[in-house]
Write a protein that binds this ligand. Structure first.
Ligand code: GDP
Length: 366
């Protein structure tokens, strides 16, 4: 299962957010046999408002949402790339995750010690990013050396690696994360093979004070949003980790009432999970039958046989065709027979690229 790592300076609200995520959206582990079981890893359901209407149509009780794993990567401090704090251990943890949720303190609270004494989200972001860039610089330079040595024998692969690594080193030396490099598709694939920390996609999560949640923003969050877009090609979202933690302890009806009292539409964590899912390059298709309605996770761009393989590895090899209707068409028709009558079901073959929201039934060989 793909993982999003939660990073940030100490005392910005990472653990509070992690607890909120894993308590309120905890996925039933039995449904996801390949998830990791470790204290700092939580399997979290991906909220999807399409599941409940699909359940009505399929006339079933059981809903199984998609899920992703969140990892609480505590303790990244300035100097980590030189071994400060638990330095290399944290960097190794970040290396293992597929995308990063970077929590930034955007609340004033004199009772909560700020590592840097004042609240300044851009400075905080730059501290963490500098550590990632410095660690990458060391790694990229050493990979460059190795590839240059290999390239002497005119090894084509080593030559290509070395040429891209040179560009990477220059870019990192300018203080920029590898993810912002202007690359061709092939180069982007190659860049992935270098396993750099700053090449991962990032979502900035602005942790705001309880009072600011209703506004959906404050001076700090506006700065973070602008900075993220300009310097990281990244987006941001607004959460209040403390409220989310409180919400996670309430029953759904109570939680709704509490949110209404605060003047807030919905939980910020819903948006954060959905944004992280997208950031990981994931989308969902559905199966809807009498037994259950289920969201299955696929990588954007995957074709029908691979998508069938998500359900069962055998299905990929034995794939014959998929019967597909889009969620929107199915809902507009109001029922499966009506959608069929309206000709909204399509038979798709091996080359069909799945779309988010497809409702599918696979035909597989024996
Ligand atoms: P971490 O070190 O980043 O994991 O930070 P924690 O989650 O342990 O939070 C540090 C402190 O900040 C705790 O006392 C939290 O209760 C507090 N905190 C976290 N989120 C918020 C928030 O949204 N508002 C306020 N006022 N305090 C928060």
């Amino acid at each position: 299962m793909l993982q999003a790592g939660i990073v940030g300076l100490p005392n910005v609200g990472k653990s509070t957010l992690f607890n909120a995520l894993t308590r309120s959206r905890k996925a039933e582990a039995a449904n996801y046999p390949f998830c990791t079981i470790e204290p700092n890893v939580g399997v979290v359901e991906v909220p999807d408002e399409r599941l409940a209407p699909l359940r009505e149509i399929a006339k079933t009780q059981v809903i199984i949402p998609a899920a992703i794993e969140f990892v609480d990567i505590a303790g990244l401090v300035a100097g980590a790339s030189k071994g400060e704090g638990l330095g290399n251990k944290f960097l190794a943890n970040i290396r293992e995750v597929d995308a990063i949720v970077h929590v930034v303190r955007c609340f004033d609270d004199d009772d909560i010690i700020h590592k840097m004494e004042t609240v300044d989200p851009i400075r905080d972001i730059e501290i963490i990013n500098t550590e990632l860039i410095l660690a990458d610089l060391e790694s990229a330079e050493s990979q460059l050396d190795k590839n240059r040595r290999r390239a002497k024998g005119q090894d084509k692969e080593a030559l290509a690696n070395a040429s891209l690594l040179e560009k990477v080193v220059t870019h990192l030396n300018d203080g920029k994360p590898a993810v912002t490099m202007d690359l061709t598709d092939d180069e982007r694939v190659l860049l992935k093979s270098f396993c750099l920390l700053s090449a991962k996609d990032v979502l900035y999560a602005c942790n705001v004070a309880e009072d600011d949640l209703a506004n959906g923003s404050n001076n700090y969050t506006a700065k973070v949003a602008a900075w993220a877009a300009e310097h990281h090609g990244a987006s941001s979202c607004v959460i209040c980790a403390r409220i989310e933690e409180e919400l996670s302890e309430l029953e759904p009806a109570e939680a709704k009432e509490y949110l209404a009292d605060l003047g807030v539409d919905g939980s910020g964590v819903t948006g954060l999970i959905q944004a992280a899912y997208k950031l990981l390059g994931l989308a969902s298709y559905f199966t809807a039958g009498e037994k259950e309605v289920r969201a299955w996770t696929f990588h954007v761009g995957m074709k029908a046989p691979q998508c069938a393989g998500v359900i069962h590895t055998d299905f990929e090899k034995k794939f014959i065709k998929a019967e597909v209707v889009s969620y929107v068409d199915l809902m507009a028709a109001g029922s499966v027979p009506a959608a069929r009558d309206a000709g909204k079901y399509r038979l798709e073959g091996k080359e069909y690229v799945f779309k988010d929201g497809d409702v599918a039934l696979f035909k597989v060989g024996g």
